[in-house]
Design a protein around this ligand. Structure first.
Ligand code: COA
Length: 168
């Protein structure tokens, strides 16, 4: 499973207090899967078997955060798993391109940290394309730093960075 980032800059909607979306964070529901898959296809350029999302969320349901709009439609999500003792790993993280730059990513990330701390995790890791400057800047703002260069990590041959952040 690779966290594949959007390398093409898409159109952005400038945030303003009046159109800032009200997002409710909740867990994944089976009916969310088509919406989450659509965000993944657009933002991460990946197409996974729909059953993957529910199976990945089964072990740690609180690690799969869905940000839903006022109609309860998913517009963002963060999928975290734990494969190493005391650590969480972000497998996928994306916000609908029309909802970015409005603080939704921050809300997801900060809530995820709380979920990790509640489980006693000491570190969060993730992978990102070296070309994904937007995501790297975002992660750096949240005290992630590059811990490894993953040569040819992505299926198109692009290198990735592994980034990590300690949790106090
Ligand atoms: C990375 C990603 C999840 C961030 O989500 P987001 O909702 O745009 O994140 P935020 O709005 O919390 O923060 C983004 C930026 O907007 C700024 N911002 C947030 N609210 C703002 C507001 N009201 N006014 C102005 N700027 C604002 C933040 O300061 C931040 O600045 P930065 O670019 O210096 O980090 C999003 O860009 C995305 O989905 N990218 C495509 C998928 C991807 O690359 N995923 C990561 C794969 S590893």
């Amino acid at each position: 499973m690779r966290c594949i980032a959007d390398t093409a800059p898409g159109p952005r909607v400038a945030p303003s207090p009046s159109d800032r979306p009200a997002v409710t964070l909740r867990g994944l529901r089976p009916s969310d899967v088509p919406f989450v898959a659509a965000i993944v296809a657009d933002a991460l350029h990946e197409h996974y078997d729909p059953s993957l999302y529910l199976s990945l969320s089964a072990e740690w349901p609180e690690g799969f955060l869905v940000g839903a709009d006022s109609h309860d439609v998913p517009v963002s999500f963060l999928l975290g798993v734990s494969q190493v003792e005391h650590e969480a790993r972000i497998l996928m993280f994306a916000v609908d391109r029309n909802r970015r730059m409005a603080g939704i990513g921050q809300l997801l990330m900060e809530t995820f940290f709380e979920r990790c701390k509640a489980r006693g995790y000491r570190r969060v890791t993730l992978e990102v394309r070296v070309s994904n400057a937007t995501a790297i800047r975002f992660y750096t703002r949240f005290q992630y730093s590059v811990v490894d260069l993953l040569r040819g990590y992505y299926s198109d041959g692009e290198n990735g960075y592994q980034m990590a952040r300690p949790l106090q």
